[in-house]
Design a protein around this ligand. Structure first.
Ligand code: HSE
Length: 310
């Protein structure tokens, strides 16, 4: 029997212009799983996190991750998973990806690391597919690898780790509005007008160049999204006005976090992120919409072992 305790961080997908191709990991906030492998052929998942999750393991993102891992390495085993800490589902900071990444990373550790980091991300994407009906990696890749990750291609998966400027913080607000990732994906048109596509790939290039050269202003200017935000912002009351107020705090940019409804402000210092966090909170409270606000550093750390017993 082998047991591991693993952590995988929260993450923010898209970073504005990088729909499905850029994501960043957040510090400290994340999921913790304890996973045991023993002889046999089965899976149990016990939720001790206190966060409500589906009772049926077929509806838990961990299940397809564990199964696809065992299939890849062509082995059978009894896997027992205990969910110790869990990001609230729907909070917009990659809750399903944190569980999926922790499960994929934990399985790899339990079996002596037969998979590469990229293959671990592919396993984690099985969980994302169950949660959202799409094989996107922009939460799963940063949750496994840490930092800011560019998914240069999906066929085959090609992941590029980008430099994280030293003092990057995100203020994230999770307003109590329900928008499922599935619904937020279905609302998007299937084709992008050429004019918008040109503006978007210019911005993706600008964002990558800004990160690689540490050009903070360029990073902020490049985070405009012409592909998803115009359709999704209708779910977030007062979105345009909120952005004006957020930019007045000195934040570099404000965007929808992944598919929403959470919104984040990227900032290059903690004090600015704290001011932005206050503005985010005041905005939703003035609309009588409950919310939680987090101010979190962008992290270079991905999934990791927190404890191991043989
Ligand atoms: N890139 C995905 C989307 C992330 O925007 O739909 C989902 O969290």
């Amino acid at each position: 029997m082998k047991k591991v305790r693993v952590f995988a961080p929260a993450s923010i997908a898209n970073m504005g212009c990088g729909f499905d191709v850029i994501g960043l990991a957040l510090d400290e906030v994340g999921d913790i799983l304890e996973m045991t492998a023993s002889e046999g052929d089965g899976l149990s998942i016990t939720n001790k996190s206190g966060v409500p999750l589906p009772e049926n393991i077929e509806d838990n993102v961990i299940t397809p991750v564990v199964r696809s891992f065992l299939q890849k390495i062509n082995q059978k085993a009894q896997i027992d998973v205990v969910i110790c800490e869990k990001i609230y589902p729907g909070s917009g900071i990659g809750s399903s990806a944190a569980s999926s990444a922790a499960a994929a990373f934990g399985m790899n550790e339990l079996f002596g690391c037969p998979l590469t980091e990229e293959e671990v991300v592919i396993c984690a994407m099985e969980g994302e597919n169950l949660a959202s009906g799409g094989f996107h990696a922009d939460n799963a890749a940063p949750a496994v690898m840490g930092g800011i990750v560019l998914i240069r291609g999906y066929e085959p998966l090609d992941l590029i780790q980008l430099p994280v400027p030293g003092n990057f913080y995100c203020a994230v607000v999770h307003p109590h509005i329900v928008v499922s990732t599935k619904a937020a994906r279905e609302i998007l048109p299937k084709a992008v007008p050429m004019h918008d596509a040109v503006r978007q790939w210019g911005n993706v290039g600008g964002l990558v160049a800004g990160l690689c050269t540490g050009n903070i202003k360029l990073i902020g200017h490049s985070m405009q999204d012409f592909v998803a935000e115009p359709y999704r912002k209708q779910f977030i009351p007062g979105f345009d006005h909120l952005r004006e107020k957020i930019l007045e705090t000195g934040a570099l940019a404000m965007n929808i976090s992944g598919s929403g409804p959470s919104v984040f402000a990227l900032c290059d210092s903690r004090p600015v992120a704290e001011s932005a966090g206050k503005v985010l909170k005041e905005h939703f409270e003035a609309l009588d919409t409950g919310c939680e606000v987090y101010v979190v550093k962008v992290s270079n750390k991905g999934a990791k072992l927190t404890h191991l017993t043989l």
